[in-house]
Design a protein around this ligand. Structure first.
Ligand code: OGA
Ligand code: ZN
Length: 366
């Protein structure tokens, strides 16, 4: 591990020179705020006990020294000595904007480049390494199929609970559906479902969805997946002005029925505060009416036409008739899912997971 080579105080900060030459500046207040004693950081809850705003403004370190693997700082005001592990300081030695995502490599794909990501049911159910592989692949590729899953609703629910608790929505928690219009949604028919994301009517659209076909006696019903991050990359290169439209125009989504009228709005491509694309939202079925100024409205239609055309290029799509036993988990913020029309019996089950719950599970496994 990198060590501290020298300490140099300034009016506002403690400057640390690391053994590899990197120089970091930690404001005095930051050092006080991040002290590791029990009165500052609760040892069980890991929650800050310090009332940061009450710390005297302009406080400075009086003395500072490295004792074993800890930095000790005393203060020029009436504040207790602060101790900070060197490993903790090292973790934050490069200043950067805070980010809360799990860093898993993302591999963009199209229909030709992708080998179907899979993991075995037994591995997921019996080992944490199996869960890590399942979630890691789901984040890397946007989906991952658990093969050999018993074709029952209860086994599928148990599989989903290996990740975390199931999200409650208008559809319930763990759900089953067939073409019976039990809910006011095209999923509950035999009609084609073009590529879409779920929950464009929710401020916090489900991060992940599991779908498992547990009974199949049908013709058609092929499932489709498209990497919408790859669509974004293409539109950015091929039509930058339409990319800008998709990044900026808030598109309203709504769900009307089953005693609810849900609405939300966000751009098709949502970037976070670091400029990284983090969420794709596209559901032409659920788009609510809105009218912009003429030029903006027409540009919007051009933009979603291009988006939908690329999403429906056969070369962009992964297509497969999901068989009983193939439980598919997918990233609803990244890929578009769909299915072809069908005739016959197709009994599906599944559920949603919140994004932060999947990230939490994976963060603890990595
Ligand atoms: C859905 C959905 C696809 C399918 O339920 O959100 O898109 O395969 N279903 O039935
Ligand atoms: Zn859907």
């Amino acid at each position: 591990m990198v060590a501290i080579a020298a300490l140099h105080p300034t009016d506002t900060s403690l400057e640390v020179t690391w053994s590899d030459g990197v120089v970091s500046r930690y404001p005095w207040l930051w050092l006080r705020d991040h002290a590791h004693d029990d009165d500052t950081l609760h040892p069980v809850t890991q929650q800050r006990q310090l009332f940061t705003a009450a710390v005297p403004k302009g406080m400075r370190g009086l003395s500072y020294e490295v004792v074993d693997d800890t930095l000790e700082v005393t203060w020029d005001v009436l504040e207790p000595m602060s101790r900070l592990p060197i490993a903790f300081l090292a973790k934050y030695r490069y200043p950067r904007v805070a980010r809360a995502t799990v860093d898993v490599p993302v591999t963009l794909w199209n229909g030709a480049s992708l080998t179907t990501p899979t993991v075995a049911y037994d591995a997921v159910m019996s080992t944490d390494a199996g869960v890590a592989q399942w979630l890691g692949r789901t984040l890397q590729y946007g989906f991952c199929i658990v093969t050999g899953t018993p074709a029952t609703a209860s086994a599928t629910e148990e599989l989903l609970r290996r990740v975390g608790y199931i999200r409650e929505t208008i559809f319930g928690g763990f759900w089953e559906f067939e073409a019976d219009l039990a809910k006011a949604d095209t999923a509950y028919t035999t009609l084609e479902l073009r590529g879409h994301t779920d929950g464009t009517y929710a401020h916090d659209a489900p991060g992940f969805q599991l779908l498992h076909c547990i009974e199949l006696d049908a013709t058609g019903g092929e499932s489709t997946m498209v990497d919408a991050f790859a669509i974004a990359r293409r539109i950015e290169a091929e039509a930058p002005e339409l990319f800008e439209v998709l990044c900026s125009v808030a598109v309203p989504g709504q769900y009307i029925g089953d005693g609810a009228h849900l609405m939300s709005a966000r751009p098709v491509f949502r970037h976070d505060h670091t400029g990284r694309l983090v969420q794709v939202s596209f559901n032409n079925y659920d788009r609510a009416p809105f009218l912009l100024d003429e030029d903006d409205m027409l540009a919007f239609y051009d933009a979603i036409r291009l988006f939908d055309e690329i999403a429906n290029e056969p070369s962009m799509q992964w297509r497969h008739v999901l068989q009983p036993g193939e439980a598919m988990l997918f990233d609803n913020w990244r890929v578009l899912h769909g299915r072809a029309a069908y005739h016959g019996l197709r009994h599906m089950c599944g559920g949603y997971l919140n994004r932060e719950d999947v990230e939490s599970r994976l963060r603890q496994l990595l």
